[in-house]
Write a protein that binds this ligand. Structure first.
Ligand code: FAD
Ligand code: NAP
Length: 539
């Protein structure tokens, strides 16, 4: 494999990260615009999320045929996903294939974590330095560092004394982890813990799940995609893609408009039951239009899921602990699962409710809660990420006049359209805070951002402009709009990572934009048409 030389002097663009976003950014900027572009990636391979998250049961929960790129008709036609929700190795194979097919690797430097990125007003350019000492300068900096890429290992007293092994799901060892005959403690019941639980339980001697907040999850009902499915999809692929782009959440299906409480309980439950049987995200998006806005409407969906939990889980006491009652369905990122609740019927699985018996410490041989010590040989942290801002702020990013991004975002991230921050010229963020991002089927959001950024840089080239920066007034208005939009929803009803609540000390600000992907795209396009209104452009 050829890797780029790191001694080149000046580049047009540096991209940080080689996941879905970084790979497409490289293709678009290098091959589309002919810019000298280089990608720095911390991992030893491309793929981002799908390089790092190799835990058992890791799979997408957007349907595969739309959890993929749409920029190349040929790629789209030649790739066949095995199932609706393929597992991590298959998604990583796809991204590796993309890197090879478009000859991207020669401009990607692997194993190169960017330590700092400083804007040099004098040249002007961005100066980028990696942890192993590579230095480059570039006219533009594009961060494609991922919204869910900064692993969160909670500070639990005693972890350093633990004599067994511990792993975080987002930094899973490539060689895998052997659970056979082990007593495993799994902390966390978000999407990741919910995917991993059944798979670990099937192999381990004993699995103890430590749950802080019970979660609603809908069955995935994964199935193989047949030749007939593919004939159907490929015949209308462009139309499916367009529907996804025009959708609120980046999915091609029709979103529900009706209000839940306009129907009788029986009618509502038959809608929920049909979607429960179908599986996946449609339960949230295609049931009723107000379940993320109206608490009473939401309660009908929440209670439907609780009833399912009570029906599936045989021990009523365990079912009670698994039933979420402290937040509305969908106010945390909703997981989808394969046999999650069923797993609690197994003899070798124990559920520890950390609300009833809080976690105290990790001992040499186990996990101690207020009531008991649970002996474990291996601890799996399914404790999520410092989401949306973590990977950006773990770098030392300084803009004009040496201003630190960490200071600019001290009270929470501030951006204009999620794309730029005032004071940080020529720095673009893909799916950054203030954009629909994680509320959307992400390849749709990523492609829209990369296309917009590429069009903007091309426009600057044509017009003899070299510097673009968000105007503070436009940024303030956008931040206010993002907050106001979130306040109309139920998203503030949960202590979620959307709000930064999972990281002690992180400002509580709703980070993604809830206005919907299509409306957001239209807004970005209108801004571009109006000579990039809200941005200051200079020769
Ligand atoms: P990432 O894939 O996270 O890539 C960012 C890359 O930047 C990483 O490789 C990282 O190493 C690198 N990086 C970060 N900091 C630095 C640095 N300082 N220097 C160098 N490199 C750096 N979304 C969906 O829409 N549908 C799904 O079904 C779905 N499933 C998911 C499943 C899991 C387990 C997880 C964790 C997330 C899932 N997501 C899903 C969200 C997922 O993150 C996005 O879909 C998508 O993969 C993001 O791509 P990205 O390129 O923006 O970021
Ligand atoms: P997460 O949703 O943040 O869940 C982390 C879990 O760990 C929560 O149950 C949390 O409890 C718990 N936790 C965190 N700190 C803890 C502590 N100190 N003590 C005890 N428990 C603690 O993380 P995730 O499950 O990795 O998922 C993150 C996101 O990645 C998802 O929301 C989704 O966007 C994406 N993802 C997607 C898929 C998929 O699409 N297939 C799969 C996995 C992940 P609290 O709830 O009480 O904070």
């Amino acid at each position: 494999m050829t890797q780029a030389s790191t001694s080149d002097p000046q580049l047009d663009v540096v991209v940080i990260g080689a996941g879905f976003a970084g790979l497409y950014a490289l293709y678009k900027l290098r091959d589309g615009l002919g810019l000298r572009t280089r990608v720095f990636e911390a991992g030893d391979g491309v793929g981002g999320t799908w390089y790092w998250n190799r835990y058992p049961g890791a799979r997408c929960d957007s349907e595969s045929y739309i959890y993929s790129y749409s920029f190349s008709r040929e790629l789209e036609q030649e790739w066949l996903w095995s199932s609706k929700y393929p597992e991590q190795p298959e998604i990583l194979r796809y991204l590796d294939h993309v890197a090879d097919r478009f000859d991207l690797r020669r401009d990607i430097v692997l194993g190169a974590r960017v330590r700092s990125a400083h804007y040099d007003d004098a040249v002007p350019c961005w100066r980028i330095e990696t942890e192993r000492g590579e230095r480059v300068s570039a006219r533009f900096l594009v961060t494609a560092v991922g919204c869910l890429s900064a692993a969160n290992v909670p500070q639990i007293p005693g972890l350093d004394r633990f004599e067994g092994r511990w792993v975080h799901t987002g930094q899973w060892p490539a060689e895998g982890v052997d659970f056979a005959e082990k007593r495993v403690g799994l902390i966390g019941t978000g999407s990741t813990g919910i995917q991993a639980t059944p798979r670990i339980a099937a192999v381990a001697r004993q699995l103890t799940v430590f749950q802080r907040t019970p979660n609603y999850t809908i069955p995935a009902r994964n199935r193989a995609l047949t030749a007939a499915d593919w004939d159907e999809i490929k015949a209308i692929y462009p139309e499916i893609r367009q529907r996804a782009r025009d959708g609120r959440a980046g999915f091609p299906f029709t979103l529900a408009g009706e209000r839940a409480l306009d129907f009788s309980e029986e009618e509502r439950n038959s809608v929920y039951e049909a979607l429960w049987q179908e599986g996946g995200f449609k339960f949230l998006y295609a049931s009723f239009g107000d379940i993320l806005r109206d608490k009473a409407a939401n309660e009908t969906a929440s209670e439907f899921v609780r009833q399912k939990i009570r029906a599936i889980v045989k021990d009523p006491e365990i079912a009670r602990r698994l039933c979420p009652t402290d937040h509305p369905y969908g106010s945390k990122r909703p997981p989808i699962d394969s046999d999650y609740f069923q797993t609690y019927n197994r003899e070798n699985v124990t559920l520890v409710d950390l609300r009833e018996s809080p976690l105290v410490e990790i001992t040499a041989t186990g996990i101690r809660t207020q009531d008991a010590e649970h002996p474990v040989d291996l601890i799996v942290f399914a404790t999520g990420f410092d989401a949306m801002t973590g990977s950006l702020l773990r770098m030392d990013v300084r803009g004009s006049d040496g201003r630190r991004l960490a200071d600019a975002w001290e009270a929470g991230p501030k951006t204009y359209l999620g794309l730029q921050t005032a004071g940080f010229p020529n720095l673009f963020t893909i799916t950054g805070p203030g954009s629909p991002s994680v509320l959307v089927n992400m390849p749709v959001a990523i492609e829209q951002h990369v296309d917009w950024i590429a069009d903007c840089i091309a426009h600057m080239g044509r017009s003899g402009l070299t510097r673009i920066e968000a105007r503070p007034d436009a940024q303030d208005a956008w931040v206010e709009h993002v907050n106001a939009a979130a306040r109309e929803t139920l998203f503030y009803e949960a202590k979620s990572w959307y709000l930064g609540c999972n990281i002690p000390g992180k400002p509580e600000v709703f980070m993604p934009y809830v206005g919907g992907q299509a409306a957001y795209r239209d807004r970005c396009d209108a801004v571009a048409r109006a000579d990039y209104a809200g941005f200051a452009l200079r020769p």
